[in-house]
Every structure is written in C-alpha cells, then in structure tokens.
Design a protein around this ligand. Structure first.
Ligand code: HEC
Length: 411
C-alpha cells in the first residue's frame, strides 16, 4: 500500500509539467520582446535579430543555452543584493519556460495568441534636444585589431554654465559601437589632441585617466534606455566647454564607418540638486602572476549626508567580481551591488530603484576579485606577470563610482 501511494505520487509529479507545453505565440514571444529584442533587432548591437518566430526558432538551442547560463541578457548584479531600475534579468520561471519550449521542438502554437509587435520610437527620447552634437566626419574603423577607443571633440557652443537634465547617445553604427562616455573639457587639451590626429577624433586608449582634466557628464551602453534626472536634479556642464565623446569600438572583421551623436536636454535654471559622483578606488593594487582569485579592497567615508542613486564598478580584463557595500554609522551593512561575474564588455551603472540614503560617516567598501591566471580567457598577458594599477589594457583598476545628490537638509 505504501509503495503504491509513493508510486502514484511520483507519477503525478512527473506528469505535471507536460500538461502545459509552452508555445512561441502564447509564451516565448512576450519574453523575447521584453528581454531580448531591444538589442536583437535590425540595426542594434545583437549579432542577429530575434523578432519573429522563424528567427527565434533558428536559434532555439543557443537561446536555451545562453539563458540557462544567464549570459543573456547580459546582467552581472547578483539578485538579492540591491534593486535596480535598469535590471535586465530573466526570472527562473522564464528560463524554465524557454527550456521546456526548446525541448518540445519549439512549437509556434496558436497564431491568434501572438502579442502585437513592439513599436520602437526611433525619435529622440524626450523631444528635440537643446543640443545635438556629432563629429563633422565619419570615423573609419579597420576590420581587425584590438578594440579602439576614440575620442571626438564637440564644442558645446555655450558660454555660461548649464545643468544637464538628460542625455541621449545615438550610436551611429551599432555593429561596432560598444560603449560611449561623454566628458566636458574646459582646458582646450582635447582639442589639441584632436588637431594632432589626422583622422576624425583622437585615439584615447583604454583610459579613465586622460592627459587633461575632464568632468564625466553621461554615457551609454547597449540596451540602455535614455534616462532623465528629476526636475530638481542636473549634471553640471561648465561654460565654454568642449564635449568629448569617447567611443569604445569593437571590430567585426569588416571595415566600418561610424558617426555617433549626442542629444542633450538642459535645465532652464540651476536645479536644487547637482548630480555628483563619489570615487571608491585603490591605486595600490598588486595582483600576483597566476593568482586565480586575488582579492583587493578599496574604501571611503561618505563626507556628508547624501542620497545615492547609482553605483558602477570598474575594473579591466582581470576583474571577475566586485561587491560594494555601505556600512552605516550604526553598524548596519547594506549591499549596493554585487557584480558577479563582472564583465569588462558589459560595464553597467546600476541605478537604484529607490535612492539609498548614506548618512555622513557611512563607510563604502569595494571588494574586488581578479583572476590573473591562464584560466581567465580574457587575460591580456600572454606571459603571466604581476599586474598593478594603470590605464593600459594590460594593467588594472579598482574603482566604484557612487552617483549621488546631497541629501535635503531636514529640520
Ligand atoms: C543589452 C543587449 C542584449 C540583450 C538585452 C540581449 N542580447 Fe543577446 N547578444 C547581445 C550581444 C552584443 C551579443 C554578441 C556577444 C556579446 O557581445 O556578448 C549577443 C549574443 C547572443 C547570442 C549568441 C551567444 C553565443 O554564445 O554566441 C544568443 C543566443 C543571444 N544573444 C540570445 C539572447 C536572448 C535569448 C536574449 C533575451 C533573453 C538576449 N540575447 C538579450 C546583446 C544582447
């Protein structure tokens, strides 16, 4: 009797999932539309489109593999260690649905259940920008070689200081544009570097450090949707500045042309809050040759009451993990982000769902893990060597940028 009951139980359990075979029309199309299409559609960075049943079915096996491994959609923040507005992550249930659909032979199902196609707004996100800036000429990128970082100098044409409410980056050629960062330069140095380089823009290496003083004002990474500060917050744009647009190019084997552009919306008046960034860095790092999991730390103390709104870990090719925590004056510890596995190619500014108040005296710790061994396929050093801080590809960094505004004075 006991055995019979156990047997019945087992057969009930194993029968359960078979009753609902997922179909493309009823289940998969919605997942792909919401999680994949913004990169995997024509003209975007994904290497192939995933917008129709035929396209998705053709890649079914790969899709099962990359979603199960969570390499797609690309997203490094470990769940449960911070909540982010720009999260790109499948639920366990969505992954299981994809897997069951592929195992069932990737059926289309009832066409009538298909969701309407997503309409993409290819106009500027917030109406016509106050400034639209682009280089005067295309930049030509050769098909092979290491990644290129190119800086284009775009005079703002504005004399007095202003405050940026939003910036939208328009990558020109998404086959090759991997990241864009924008800086303001008031020294004239970027202009000189540009003039000295015969091609459009100038080569600006794998750099955070630059041979001139510059102020970060925004950026773009694949899959990012333009974001706008609230009316009371803006990013400072000094008067008479040149905007330096740094483009990280990936090569795709063919000669390519690009002319990316920036759209900038300015506040009419100085907003109450200025967006700022706190740097948590350690320039003393030493990563021994061959170390598979070498840990380094950086910390800083928050100098006054602030409201943090984002965090961005930055390392180079040996970086595999970074965890950033806040230890409050009362001893409580909160994760800001835990990026694991960290991926240099998918660096992300993680935007907090709700601003995180960091009272004066809060300690921010960044704990980074590096793999400087042969088991790291991205290790740029063919002959293993100790690696220290530096801006080159074969050197490393340990930085967490914490974006914030000053906390409102309460009394
Ligand atoms: C943020 C942009 C982005 C999103 C979102 C995205 N992809 Fe990708 N995908 C890429 C890029 C870029 C590549 C090329 C490889 C790389 O750069 O990592 C890629 C590669 C792939 C590959 C080939 C992987 C391989 O190993 O060759 C598959 C399959 C794939 N994506 C499926 C998906 C699926 C399924 C989704 C949604 C669940 C998705 N992607 C979401 C950008 C994206």
């Amino acid at each position: 009797m006991r055995l019979a009951i156990a047997g019945l139980f087992v057969s009930l359990l194993s029968a359960a999932p078979k009753t609902t075979t997922p179909t493309y029309a009823a289940d998969i199309a919605r997942i792909v539309q919401s999680q994949c299409e913004r990169c995997h559609r024509p003209g975007q960075i994904g290497p192939f489109p995933l917008t129709t049943y035929q396209e998705v079915k053709a890649f079914a096996t790969e899709i099962k593999r990359v979603t199960a491994a969570r390499t797609m959609p690309p997203w490094s923040a470990v769940p449960g260690h911070g909540e982010f507005r720009n999260e790109r992550r499948l639920s366990d249930e969505q992954i299981a649905t994809i897997s069951a659909w592929v195992d069932a032979g990737a059926p289309l199902g009832d066409r009538g259940a298909l969701p309407p196609p997503t309409r993409y707004n290819d106009d500027w996100a917030f109406g016509k920008p106050d400034l639209i800036l682009a280089p005067d000429a295309d930049f030509e990128l050769a098909g092979s070689g290491v990644d290129e970082y190119r800086c284009f100098v775009l005079p703002s044409g504005i004399d007095e200081a202003r405050y940026i409410q939003a910036m939208e980056v328009r990558p020109g050629n998404r086959k090759i544009v991997h990241h864009v960062r924008a800086f303001a330069d008031t020294t004239g140095k970027a202009r000189e570097l540009d003039a000295a380089d015969p091609k459009a823009g100038f080569d600006c290496g794998l750099a955070m450090a630059a041979p001139y003083k510059r102020l970060a004002i925004g950026g773009w990474a694949p899959g990012m949707i333009p974001d706008k500060h609230p009316d009371h917050t803006g990013t400072f744009l000094p008067g008479k500045s040149d905007i330096v647009m740094e483009v990280h190019y990936h090569r795709n084997g063919l000669k390519q042309l690009d002319r990316s552009a920036l759209g900038i919306w300015l506040h009419r008046q100085k907003p109450a809050n200025i967006q700022k960034s706190l740097l948590v860095a350690n320039i003393g790092i030493r990563i021994p040759a061959g170390a598979e999991r070498h840990e380094e730390r950086a910390r800083t103390i928050v100098p006054r009451d602030v409201l943090a709104n984002s965090v961005m870990p930055h390392m180079h090719l040996l970086g595999v993990e970074m965890r950033v925590t806040a230890t409050f004056p009362d001893g409580r510890v909160q994760d800001l982000v835990w990026a694991k596995p960290y991926d240099f190619n998918w660096q992300t500014s993680y935007r907090f769902k709700d601003p995180v108040p960091l009272p004066k005296g809060t300690r921010i710790d960044a704990v980074a893990v590096y793999n400087n061994s042969d088991s790291n396929p991205k290790n740029p050093n063919k002959v293993l060597k100790e690696v220290r801080w530096g801006e080159g590809t074969t050197e490393e960094m340990l930085v967490a940028f914490v974006g914030y505004i000053d906390a409102p004075v309460t009394q």
